[in-house]
Design a protein around this ligand. Structure first.
Ligand SMILES: *Cc1c(COP(=O)(O)O)cnc(C)c1O
Length: 386
């Protein structure tokens, strides 16, 4: 196996007779059989081949192979969105009556899935604080099946110790699932620390240019087989076009993410010295409570910086109305820098108490630091702070 950057570029569908350099797009819903025997053997799964794009397609296979190599995973499935990956993966593995233990700090829609929809199938979730993993042992019940976590977390950029989570899951026979969206496989590979499955929203840094919705789950082959069986029947597959876009995006993941992290660290250091800022959180700042763990499990700090403007909600509103270059948007991991107000957008479906419990104050700002020149990013924030 070659290095990360090389595999990200050179892993590709076998060339057709046209000898194309870049992979072509297979915009086809189905594939043809040579004869009656081929048709029978294909459906009997006696051979590995494409039958129908809801099951597999060369473009999604190329993408899956790349992400498996990046994460050190055995197999995977590509989805139409990150949430399709989260839902399909969990629904494939859980039975009615099962129990999930999850970090409190998780993506808003994942939280809604756990609180509003899984209870319909008698699947309950218990939560631990991202800052206190010792709570997990006390939450384990005979029907606990899955340990679920994100790190760094959205939007508070808390860092959870993956090795500790991996050890608990292994000792207690739980399936350990990590949403690795904020780190990308370039910065962090949870399987090395004991994760069984890794989920990504490809919509964020993986595409990195705000063009496609996508999701992917990779990991242990036996678990992925169950996830694959469920997913090929229920129909959340990624379109060939979006798989093609995302696979091209991965060719530049390493160089893009390096620059995102460099810019984000510079912004975090700048904000830390600003008199109008109450606090700043970024995994690679020494002041981050889990800086040492971040350095142990991540190559760099990622693109998201969280901070609070002094003066609470009102000062926060003035800041959002003051930014000119940066976009007000709910996305992250884009080449364009984005500022978000989590309390009124991504986490607005949570109650104020639920938000406070996961460390989202009403005046908190989340910046997804993009690839513009850092001097321009900082001057826009500087003028918006007034
Ligand atoms: C955005 C996001 C998701 C969901 O991905 P979509 O592609 O929007 O469905 C899941 N987890 C995290 C951490 C995210 O940031």
């Amino acid at each position: 196996m070659k290095k990360f950057e090389t595999e990200a570029i050179r892993t590709q569908i076998e060339r057709s007779q046209n000898l194309e350099h870049s992979s072509p797009i297979y915009m086809t819903s189905s594939f043809v059989f040579e004869d009656a025997e081929d048709m029978r053997a294909s459906f009997a799964e006696e051979k590995e081949r494409n039958i129908y794009s809801r099951y597999s397609n060369p473009n999604s296979s190329e993408l899956i192979e790349k992400v498996c190599q990046m994460e050190g995973a055995e197999s995977g499935f590509a989805y139409a969105s990150g949430m399709a990956a989260v839902f399909s993966t969990l629904a494939a593995l859980l039975n009615a009556g099962d129990h999930i233990i999850s970090s409190k700090s998780i993506f808003g829609s994942t939280h809604s899935l756990f609180t509003q929809f899984f209870p319909k199938w008698n699947i309950e979730t218990s939560y631990f604080d991202a800052s206190d993993l010792s709570q997990i042992e006390g939450l384990i019940k005979p029907n606990t099946k899955i340990l679920y976590a994100e790190t760094p977390t959205n939007p508070g950029v808390d860092v959870l110790d993956l090795a500790v989570l991996g050890q608990i899951a292994k000792a207690r026979g739980l399936i350990f699932i990590v949403d690795n969206c904020f780190a990308t496989p370039y910065l962090q590979q949870p399987i090395k620390f004991g994760a069984d499955l890794v989920i990504h929203s490809g919509t964020k840094l993986m595409d990195g240019q705000g063009r496609v919705l996508a999701g992917i789950t990779v990991g242990n082959g036996d678990l992925m087989d169950k996830v694959y069986r469920f997913s090929r029947i229920t129909g959340p597959a990624l379109s060939p076009f979006n798989a093609w876009v995302l696979s091209r995006s991965l060719e530049t993941l390493a160089v893009r993410v390096d620059r995102h992290c460099e810019n984000a660290l510079k912004l975090a250091v700048y904000l830390e010295g600003h008199k109008k800022i109450e606090w700043v959180k970024y995994p690679f700042l020494k002041s981050h409570p889990n800086h040492e763990i971040a350095k142990k499990q991540m190559k760099a700090g990622g693109c998201v910086v969280a901070f609070e403007v002094k003066g609470g909600l009102e000062a926060g509103r003035e800041f959002f109305n003051g930014v000119q270059l940066l976009s007000l948007s709910a996305n992250l991991g884009d080449s364009r820098s984005i500022v978000t107000h989590p309390a009124s957008t991504t986490h607005s479906k949570l109650t104020t108490e639920e938000r406070n419990a996961v460390g989202i104050s009403d005046g908190m700002v989340r910046v997804s630091v993009g690839l513009e020149h850092i001097d321009d990013i900082i001057s826009d924030i500087e003028q918006a702070l007034g």
